[in-house]
Design a protein around this ligand. Structure first.
Ligand code: ZN
Length: 353
């Protein structure tokens, strides 16, 4: 099978022909139909996770995977309802099944967990072994692997983040929710802001007019291009658009120091901020307003199995818009460079034909 594998940091992936992996008794072999390309793949190669991840080389990246079950392991329970030929998505966060977080169903934050494509085989290869409990069957219909693959991270991470804003009680009629960054995650984030907010105004904040246009097509009520603008300038633009210079909830799909600073500069009293983006390394916000205005700050990482089943259910009902760029296997390295520059509008996905 063709596989794009990593042999070290800061070097291109090697495009190779290697044997199809064996599967264990509790695994299925997924024939990869599409593998999403995430900015974290660029960061993985660049060494961003080097200190927190013990990566065995060669490693096959790719944590956004959809495809078909090619083969079933001998011990996969019949009552899981899986069969060869099924269209599936891969849940990419694999916990140890022992800790509190795993028992809560939050395998994505298991301290002893692993992630598809960050050590274990990922989707930058034509076949991938996955434990049967980590695949979710998708109803056959309009959805293609290209649409589905990004839903396992880009379309999942902002969903979980938006649920945190909902739980914080900052969404609803008369409220404003902002989505910072309309890249791979934010393009879905604005949709969830609409779907989960029950009537709030949705404002997309970004630096590229093309991406902000996409946000409007995906349901944003207003957009603000924040490039080279001060917090005060953005506040006054926000006031012209919504009648208020502040927002009640923010999901930051970028996670740079500037976006966090700007976000807190826009956050209302009792507002909630959720970080899902991971571009920067540190948070530096003024403490007194945060405490005195009873704001809250939430980290939100990827999503759990149930979050993903909810996202897939929305997709099966046709409620999610997809903006996809197909990338040929031979063009993976060039596309990774484009990802690093934030050059894609929507999500790039690798396809194998
Ligand atoms: Zn665990």
């Amino acid at each position: 099978m063709r596989a794009a594998r990593m042999y070290g940091y800061k070097q291109p992936l090697r495009l190779e022909d290697i044997p199809i992996p064996e599967i264990g008794p509790d695994e299925v072999l997924v024939k990869v139909g599409a593998a999403g390309m995430c900015r974290t793949d660029f960061q993985l190669l660049d060494g961003y996770f080097r200190s927190s991840l013990d990566l065995p080389f060669p490693a096959t990246p790719g944590h956004e995977v959809s495809g078909w079950i090619e083969k079933m392991g001998s011990a996969v329970p019949k009552d899981l309802g899986l069969a060869e030929g099924d269209l599936v998505v891969v849940e990419g966060c694999w916990g140890d099944a022992l800790c509190r977080q795993c028992h809560e169903g939050n395998e994505q934050i298991c301290a002893h967990g692993s992630w598809a494509g960050f050590g274990p085989h990922g989707g930058y290869a034509e076949y991938m072994p996955v434990k049967a409990k980590h695949v979710i069957r998708v109803a056959q219909g309009e959805l293609t692997p290209e649409m589905l693959a990004p839903l396992t991270d880009a379309g999942l991470t902002p969903y979980r983040g938006m649920k945190k804003l909902a739980k914080a009680g900052v969404l609803g009629p008369g409220r404003t929710v902002a989505v910072m960054g309309v890249g791979g995650l934010g393009a879905y984030g604005v949709q969830y802001a609409k779907l989960l907010s029950g009537g709030a105004l949705v404002v997309a904040l970004g630096r590229s007019d093309d991406k902000l246009d996409l946000a409007v097509r995906n349901g944003a009520d207003h957009t603000i291009n924040i490039a080279d603008k001060s917090v005060d300038q953005v506040r006054s633009e926000l006031e012209q658009l919504t009648g208020r210079p502040e927002v009640d909830g923010i999901i930051d799909c970028v996670g740079a120091e500037e976006t966090i600073r700007l976000g807190f500069g826009l956050l209302a009293t009792e507002g909630a901020f959720v970080s899902v983006g991971l571009v920067g390394n540190r948070i530096d916000i003024p403490l007194f307003p945060f405490v005195a205005r009873e704001q809250s700050y939430h980290g939100s990482f990827w999503g759990n199995y149930n979050d993903l089943t909810e996202v897939i259910a929305l997709a099966e009902r046709g409620l999610i818009k997809h903006s996809i760029h197909k990338v040929a296997f031979d063009d993976i390295n060039q596309s990774l460079e484009r990802l690093g520059r934030g050059d894609f509008l929507g999500r790039a996905v690798i396809v194998y034909d």
